[in-house]
Design a protein around this ligand. Structure first.
Ligand SMILES: CSCCC(=O)C(=O)COP(=O)(O)O
Ligand SMILES: [Zn+2]
Length: 214
């Protein structure tokens, strides 16, 4: 049997971090109708062996219960005995951890990220240039231009997960699923939240900019 790669303390810390960030994002209305999912990596990491705490599927993310989180392995399978089901979108978290080695992944559905993903769907990415908040991604060059990848929103999550490696850009800590929502990640919870907030600012900016130019 494999040695555990995380401690009980790390597990409890991850659950606590998820609870805090879930409360904050719920207050903003970023989990409508049970949508969204969050995860925090626990313990040691290699691309072929890691574990993370993830929200359980279909729950009201504005409420707190003892059944909100569980630990899964790098293939998205529960590690500890539980009747809880991991998020239906766990395989996308798995791919993001495997490819980036990041520490936290947050997914939210907002009206702005949905509309903007539809506006730029044919282009395959959402472009931004010269907006100060691009610096939140640790990109400091003058008049920086970034492209946020847009992936198709297949019903089969494994099919979406299979596209992530091709589209993920290690310099841009986010991907958007068309008419669905954003995945943002970071080295830790603090950074993942900063990235998510920056993306949402940029999506609102893109929406309002388009609306002004109609
Ligand atoms: C009603 S939201 C549809 C599923 C989804 O997109 C989502 O983010 C929530 O799924 P989960 O299994 O993580 O609750
Ligand atoms: Zn979703």
């Amino acid at each position: 049997m494999n040695d555990p790669i995380y401690t009980l303390e790390q597990r409890q810390q991850a659950f606590g971090q998820l609870k805090d960030v879930k409360s904050e994002l719920a207050e903003r209305g970023w989990f409508p109708a049970t949508s969204g999912n969050l995860s925090v990596r626990v313990g040691e990491f290699t691309p072929d062996r890691f574990a993370f705490a993830v929200t359980s599927s279909g729950r009201d993310k504005s409420k707190h219960t003892a059944e909100d989180y569980l630990i899964v392995d790098g293939g998205g399978r529960p590690i500890e005995p539980t009747k809880l089901k991991p998020s239906a979108e766990t395989l996308i978290h798995c791919e993001i951890y495997r490819l980036t080695g990041c520490g936290a992944v947050f997914h939210v559905h907002t009206v702005f990220n949905n509309i903007v993903s539809e506006l730029y769907a044919e282009a395959g990415s959402v472009p931004f240039q010269g907006v100060e908040l691009i610096k939140a991604f640790n990109i400091w060059e003058e008049d920086a231009r970034i492209e946020v990848p847009i992936l198709p929103n297949y019903a089969d999550i494994a099919k979406i997960a299979g596209l992530v490696e091709d589209r993920l850009n290690l310099k841009i800590p986010g991907i958007v699923l068309r008419n669905h929502g954003i995945y943002a990640w970071g080295a830790n919870v603090f950074e993942a939240k900063r990235h998510l907030e920056a993306f949402e600012f940029l999506f609102e900016y893109a929406y309002r900019w388009k609306a002004l130019n109609l």
